[in-house]
Design a protein around this ligand. Structure first.
Ligand code: CAA
Length: 733
């Protein structure tokens, strides 16, 4: 690289300079280099003596090295120009939304965040942030380093670093308590929530709220009329509400929220310098930790999963009207997703009475919701939603729909007959989706003249609450149908993943060996559902396997297994079906779960599981004296979750998931896998290590060679042998 001619990547150019030259020379060179890239990242203008800085770094004006250098250089220029004040604004959609997360894990690049914040706080001219969009993380910290903050009425501020396993490391833990008090600051940072303009003003986080159109002009007026005022000069009182802080501390079980509370305590006790040093030390401990890596992995995973190679979002059909076939629990939930996002929807049922019942069921669900009870959903807004909803018992009512989602029970013949009817009445451009969780999309598409318009859209129950949408591409599904299903996921604000068309798709396919291993554990003398569930809860799963089964209904799996001939002792493979015996016996005893008040647990109080001696008795008949009698919680985690991750590698081998991170998204968004472990693939690769995963599975498989799901998947074995990283998986296919 030639000095003075920055590379396209100004950051790399800066890094390349570091090993040479004295500190002062390096700084000079840094500024020379950064100026050309940073000056395009931060535009400088002097207006009537006030310096106005526009941050221009799409899509979210993240504070990467070029922006940071541009901010510092612009501040220097404003002082050299004898500006009377300085205003910083974000171009485009938002004020900076935080540090550039893609820089995490790379060698630090100058100038540091601390340097930027100091430049703005210590300036001898008044500085103001003009906030629109979402001023998050380092962006809000920059605003707090300014002497004044003016906010557009629809903007939001927040410090969401906790969701990335870190803490606000650019002075946020010290400045927010100085602006809003220790209690509110701790709550905002531990939850990572976004704060509205109205609340930010009431708390004292900002000085004025104005219309977006007046934002920059109002911020200029503020610096023209006000003196220098530094946040660091404010003293912080201690916590006021002991109960709330105790509750917050109890919730703070992960490393990042714990450290955040300690930093707020440091802000109370220390002057700014000491507080900042404390914050920096805690930040360094968190960044690069397993929890931070996992959460940052999910940040990018949840954005990558909506992208399908070879399918352009522009291929999506413009959906103006939707239909839902079936007004049961799933159909109603899916219809609610549509109306919640302003899309008119018609529910088709088999009779006028059933159709009317579906509509009144939806209304009742809204009225029972906490949003309605607490006034967040007003009567007027509810009426507007219900006005988007209609029902019918004649399939012709769906003729103008652009998307129809079928949500009837899992019966191939019934589904095919519905799709044949839809094929007859709907427009050729209408995308036909099935909400099936197990049946073949190709099988359903066979009932339609143009199978390219058939796709799976697997919502999770309750559909209006659960974040995950697992779309399914059949062998003949066309790009328009895929693009429409993916675009609809985004519009419904779901985390949307594309799966291939095989039994159980991604999520339920992996649930199978996970569940079987949980059942197999019951064969050991000391193991009951309580031990398995306690181990999984301790690991961080939202629910234990047996609690989940009781919630979902133990009759459902039994019915599916019966339809596949797997509950018939005469026709099934005893080695493979060994572990399911006990589940079949439970279902035959009528212990269907929460809905009947008894399953793997007893439910004397609805939804509260308690141990039931009758279950212990039932399990006793399935104990295997040849197995170790003393399973530990660690054994449970190893066996259940390594069987799960192993199946994830098979899912990748078979092309059912586009990338390992999609599997992690499915399990963290739809199955309660703990986010701070990143998902089964990230956990196996980053936390346990592939070599150890392989070795443990080999040992388990050697002990039970008849159990196919314990054999390490070829992809896993090859990657482990090569010492490969998860990101290199495609090279091993
Ligand atoms: N750094 C790098 N890239 C970012 C980013 C960031 N902080 N925030 C968003 N992006 C990228 C996304 O990866 C996405 O890229 P692709 O289009 O290539 O997928 C693009 O910007 C748009 O993001 P979204 O799809 O999320 O857009 P949205 O409109 O739905 O949401 C948002 C916008 C609310 C800003 C959301 O992106 C968001 O919450 N971003 C993260 C904010 C955050 O966590 N900030 C704190 C960073 S850590 C920090 O600041 C540490 C510190 O103390 C200094």
């Amino acid at each position: 690289m030639v000095l003075g001619q920055p590379s396209m990547d100004g950051n790399l150019g800066v890094l390349a300079l570091h090993p040479r030259g004295s500190g002062k020379e390096q700084l000079e060179l840094l500024w020379q280099l950064s100026r050309s890239s940073s000056m395009s990242a931060v535009r400088y203008a002097l207006r009537n003596g006030v310096a106005v800085l526009h941050v221009t770094s799409p899509p979210v004006n993240a504070l990467g090295a070029a922006v940071r250098a541009g901010l510092v250089a612009s501040m220097e220029r404003a002082l050299a120009d004898s500006a009377t004040g300085l205003v910083v604004v974000g171009d485009g959609l938002t004020f900076p939304a935080g540090a550039d997360i893609t820089e995490f894990g790379k060698p630090p690049m100058e100038p540091s965040f601390g340097e930027v914040m100091r430049a703005f706080e210590d300036a001898d001219i008044p500085t103001a942030a003009a906030i629109h969009g979402t001023a998050l993380g380092g962006g809000f910290e920059l605003a707090m380093s300014c002497h004044y903050r003016v906010m557009s009425s629809c903007a939001r501020v927040g410090l969401p670093e906790v969701h990335l396993g870190i803490l606000p490391g650019a002075g946020g833990t010290q400045r927010l308590p100085r602006l809003v008090g220790a209690d509110a600051a701790a709550e905002i940072m531990v939850t990572g929530r976004q704060v509205s303009a109205e609340e930010a003003l009431a708390l004292g986080a900002v000085d004025a709220v104005v219309a977006k159109a007046d934002l920059e002009a109002e911020a200029v007026k503020v610096v023209e009329a006000s003196p220098v005022r530094r946040t660091k000069a404010v003293l912080v009182d201690g916590f006021k509400d002991a109960d709330s802080i105790a509750k917050l501390k109890a919730r703070a079980t992960l490393d990042a929220p714990k450290s955040i509370i300690q930093c707020v305590e440091a802000a109370v006790c220390n002057d700014m310098q000491d507080g900042l040093a404390f914050e920096e030390a805690r930040f360094r401990e968190l960044q690069g930790s397993t929890q931070a890596n996992a959460l940052q992995h999910l940040f990018f995973a949840e954005r990558a999963c909506s992208k399908v190679p070879g399918v352009s979002p522009e291929d999506a059909v413009d959906v103006r009207a939707a239909g839902v076939v079936g007004g049961g629990t799933m159909g109603r939930g899916i219809a609610m997703c549509f109306v919640d996002n302003g899309l008119p929807v018609t529910i088709l049922e088999t009779s006028a009475d059933a159709a009317a019942a579906a509509i009144s069921g939806v209304e009742e669900t809204y009225r029972r919701s906490s949003a309605f009870k607490r006034g967040r959903l007003t009567e007027e807004a509810l009426t507007a939603k219900l006005n988007l909803l209609s029902s019918a018992s004649d399939v012709d009512a769906l003729k103008d729909c652009d998307l129809v989602v079928e949500a009837v029970f899992e019966d191939m013949a019934v589904k095919r007959s519905i799709f044949a009817d839809l094929d007859r009445v709907t427009k050729p451009s209408c995308v036909l989706a099935s909400n099936t969780s197990t049946l073949s999309i190709d099988g359903i598409a066979g009932a339609v003249a143009d199978p390219a318009r058939v796709v799976g859209m697997h919502f999770f129950s309750p559909a209006n609450v659960m974040r995950l949408l697992e779309n399914v591409r059949g062998a003949r599904t066309g790009p328009a149908a895929v693009a429409t299903a993916m675009a609809m996921g985004k519009r419904l604000r779901k985390t949307t993943v594309l799966a291939g068309d095989d039994f159980g798709f991604i999520g339920n396919r992996m649930l199978e060996p996970y569940g079987r291993e949980c059942l197999a554990l019951l064969r050991h003398a000391n193991c009951g559902p309580e031990l398995v569930d306690a181990a999984l809860l301790e690991y961080g799963m939202a629910m234990g396997f047996f609690q989940m089964s009781d919630l979902a209904g133990n009759d459902i799996g039994y019915a599916v297994r019966t339809s596949l001939g797997l509950t018939d002792a005469a026709s099934r493979d005893p080695a493979v079906e060994y572990s399911a015996d006990v589940a079949d016996a439970l279902a035959r005893a009528g212990r269907f779960g929460q809905k009947v008040g008894r399953g793997w647990y007893a439910y004397e109080t609805p939804r509260v599981p308690s141990s039931d001696p009758a279950v212990a008795e039932l399990i006793a008949g399935f104990k295997d004296a040849s197995l170790a009698p003393d399973v530990t919680r660690g054994d449970v985690v190893d066996r259940a979750l390594l069987a799960l991750a192993n199946e994830g590698f098979r899912v990748l081998e078979e092309g059912l998931a586009l990338r390992p991170s999609d599997i992690d998204v499915v399990w963290t968004s739809g199955y309660g896998f703990p986010r701070h472990r990143g998902g089964p693939m990230q956990w196996a690769a980053d936390d346990v290590g592939l070599a150890e995963v392989k070795a443990t599975l080999e040992a388990l498989h050697a002990a039970r060679p008849d159990v196919p799901y314990l054999k390490p998947a070829k992809l896993l074995a090859d990657m482990a042998d090569a010492g490969a990283k998860l990101g290199d998986w495609e090279k091993f296919l």
